[in-house]
Design a protein around this ligand. Structure first.
Ligand code: AMP
Ligand code: MG
Length: 414
């Protein structure tokens, strides 16, 4: 069953746009200070604190780009017959010198001897006994990889602020670098609020629901180079919320909470932040996820997400992720947006930017997107089914099947 919605304007003059809210967050979030050494096997996704300079030329020596025969190109005319004088294999260089009329068998990655300046593909020769015959003329330099062609000793190969990718890890290994200096992991304290929340493993009494947000957040956070401290479910009392905020504010760089940021009677998070921390409490003109509290408590940055599970994920992807990346020391890239043909009619009231959940796929070379169905902010399955947001602008009054719409693939925001 879906909640019936009337087609009314949802604009609120006090609400910030998504862009304004993000700008304010990024104006405040600073990268952490402090660095540590990370061994290569632990360095994936960590953020470099210092530049990395290549120590050696890679490749270190001239080598063959394919399996074939190394020879002197001036003796490489079509029809020429050459004696195979030896073999250079990867890890086993040939230490002889080519005499006129000679070549050597060479394998991919093997060192090309100084007396050769070309490698001819084995498919371009015929082999008979100890001799090859060339099928075509050979050009000087053919199929030879030169020292430093990948990286040259002394050049900066990775800049500070770089979040290390698998390719970077390989690049470092190719340099024989086994350890890098990375920024320390930001500490994130998280808790959920709500008297209705029950941990997994406990049966539900009337009026209760399982606490899903904390697990969603833990899963989301596990993809970032952060340490997190899960403070559990906090009851809707001022004392309980104060105790959790105080503990978190003593040690964390960022406090993440869900629930209690509206203006209801049990919404202590915002009130405490107003009284005992610093608060920017905002309504953001987006759906899902209108209320968002942002500020400081103790030494920590504070981001209070709404309670509804879909709103938690939406606000995480648009606000927490960039803030986290900034704390981690790397610049957040804006989400990728692509255009796709809509397969369903979508309803929407003007006033808030809508991040509807969609399933994006390619059909016959064209991007198409369809709705996951029910779009309530309590319908977490819409997130589970989706792989992209369908973005409808603040003014939009919905979209019709066949229209081109903006889509943000989840890969770029989670
Ligand atoms: P609140 O923002 O605290 O008013 O919560 C809004 C809605 O989200 C309510 O329906 C809550 O029951 C629900 N909710 C809040 N926290 C959680 C949570 N941790 N897991 C699942 N649902 C939640
Ligand atoms: Mg609540």
């Amino acid at each position: 069953m879906t909640v019936k919605e009337t087609c009314m304007d949802e604009s609120d003059p006090n609400a910030l746009t998504v862009e304004q809210a993000l700008e304010r967050i990024l104006a405040t979030a600073d990268r952490v200070t402090g660095s540590e050494a990370a061994a290569l096997p632990d360095a994936l996704d960590r953020v470099l604190a210092e530049p990395v300079t290549a120590r050696i030329d890679v490749p270190p020596a001239r080598n063959a780009a394919m399996d074939g025969y190394a020879l002197a190109a001036h003796a490489g005319q079509a029809g020429r017959r050459l004696r195979v004088a030896g073999v250079s294999a990867a890890g086993h260089p040939w230490d002889g010198k080519l005499a006129p009329g000679e070549c050597i068998r060479i394998l991919t990655g093997a060192v090309v001897p100084d007396s050769a300046d070309a490698v001819v593909m084995q498919e371009h020769v015929t082999l008979a006994g100890e001799h090859i015959t060339l099928a075509a003329d050979v050009e000087a330099g053919a199929n030879i990889r030169h020292p430093g062609e990948d990286t040259r000793a002394g050049t900066v190969i990775l800049d500070p602020g770089r979040q290390l990718t698998p390719a970077d890890i390989g690049l470092l290994a190719s340099q024989g670098i086994g350890e890098v200096t990375v920024l320390r992991r930001p500490r994130v304290a998280l808790f959920t609020t709500g008297d209705e929340l029950v941990p997994i493993g406990q049966p539900l009494q009337p009026g209760q629901i399982h606490d899903s947000n904390r697990h969603t957040l833990r899963a989301l956070l596990s993809r970032y180079p952060v340490d997190f401290d899960d403070l559990g479910v906090i009851a809707d009392t001022e004392d309980a919320v104060r105790a959790a905020l105080t503990r978190a504010g003593e040690s964390a760089d960022l406090i993440l909470t869900t629930g209690g940021v509206s203006v209801g009677d049990a919404d202590f998070v915002t009130r405490l932040l107003q009284r005992e921390g610093e608060v920017g409490f905002w309504k953001v003109a987006m759906k899902p996820g209108r209320p968002l509290a942002f500020g400081r408590f103790g030494r920590a940055l504070f981001l209070g997400l709404p309670g509804n599970p879909v709103s938690v994920m939406a606000t995480f992807s648009l606000f927490v992720r960039p803030a986290l990346l900034r704390l981690c020391g790397t610049e957040p890239a804006p989400p990728w947006t692509l255009r796709a043909r809509l397969l369903d009619d979508l309803r929407k009231n003007p006033g808030r930017a809508d991040f509807q959940r969609g399933i994006l796929e390619q059909r016959d070379g064209e991007w198409v997107v369809r709705s996951t169905g029910g779009q309530g902010s309590h319908q977490l399955r819409s997130m589970s089914l989706a792989n992209a947001y369908i973005v409808l602008s603040r003014e939009s009054r919905g979209a019709r099947a066949g229209e081109q719409v903006d889509v943000i693939p989840f890969q770029s925001v989670f």
